[in-house]
Design a protein around this ligand. Structure first.
Ligand code: ADP
Ligand code: ADP
Length: 224
């Protein structure tokens, strides 16, 4: 079970408050989109779930556990960033295996997980290649694979489509939706793009100036 909860969360950098009293209950397996203009606090919210920032006040739960102060690698999360940076000198296999090696998974287990994940994403014939020998779309699938291979319960995605051209954006958006349907994990997805929010989210939280202005399913937000 991987509910994610914000319980009266505040974040201040020095004296500047960028997140103000956010309470939000994200259900197990939900696809929740955090949308809003640049600088409204979306990334900061995501980074607090990841453990890359700590709340100034309030608690964050993953499952039944308060994770304040818990090291990022001990939270059951995987993160996908905007730039999809892969390690250029490593093969696709090694890129995908990296996080598992870091966590000392047994070698046979790593091989099986990487191969299964590669098959899910249509990468099974590319495992020996280096990133520079892949197309842009293939590279993105490797980056997604690197996140899902760990079988984390919660996926955190920060503008994962923002550096892509229009065609790849459409393709990758569809990939992410399909992936969510297949793996049935909780996703928190940050974007400033309202179309992305409306087409991808089970629910959308509209953030402005560090507060949640609206929260609901896409249809409910349209009706307002
Ligand atoms: P968004 O993701 O919505 O663009 P962010 O969460 O990245 O917004 O940033 C919200 C505000 O917090 C911005 O004004 C940003 O400059 C500020 N901010 C973010 N991280 C830091 C930091 N580490 N130190 C100081 N200010 C920060
Ligand atoms: P995003 O595009 O996701 O909003 P940014 O480019 O705003 O990210 O920020 C990149 C990094 O810089 C993040 O780690 C963020 O926390 C940090 N950051 C953002 N604004 C500030 C700031 N005013 N002072 C210090 N760090 C900041």
């Amino acid at each position: 079970m991987a509910r994610v909860q914000f319980d009266h969360v505040y974040k201040r950098f020095n004296k500047t408050e960028v997140v103000h009293d956010i309470s939000l209950d994200i259900q197990d397996k939900e696809f929740l989109v955090l949308v809003g203009p640049s600088g409204c606090g979306k990334s900061t919210c995501l980074r607090m779930v990841a453990g890359l920032e700590e709340p100034t006040e309030g608690d964050i739960y993953i499952g039944d556990r308060i994770v304040n102060g818990v090291d990022p690698k001990d939270r059951d999360i995987a993160m996908v960033f905007q730039n999809y940076a892969l390690y250029p000198h490593m093969t696709v296999f090694d890129n995908m295996a990296f996080g598992l090696k870091l966590r000392h998974f047994p070698k046979a287990d790593i091989k099986k997980r990487v191969e299964d994940t590669a098959a899910t994403l249509g990468l099974e014939n590319l495992l020996k290649r280096k990133p520079k020998e892949l197309s842009g779309g293939q590279r993105q699938r490797v980056a997604l694979g690197r996140a899902i291979v760990r079988e984390a319960q919660v996926f955190l995605m920060d503008e994962p489509l923002s550096n892509l051209d229009a065609k790849l954006r459409v393709e990758t958006r569809a990939n992410i939706i399909k992936l969510h349907q297949n793996i049935q994990k909780t996703v928190i997805y940050v974007t400033h793009d309202q179309v992305e929010a409306m087409t991808m989210g089970d629910r959308i939280a509209v953030l402005n100036g560090g507060i949640i202005q609206q929260l609901g399913a896409p249809q409910e937000l349209y009706d307002h």
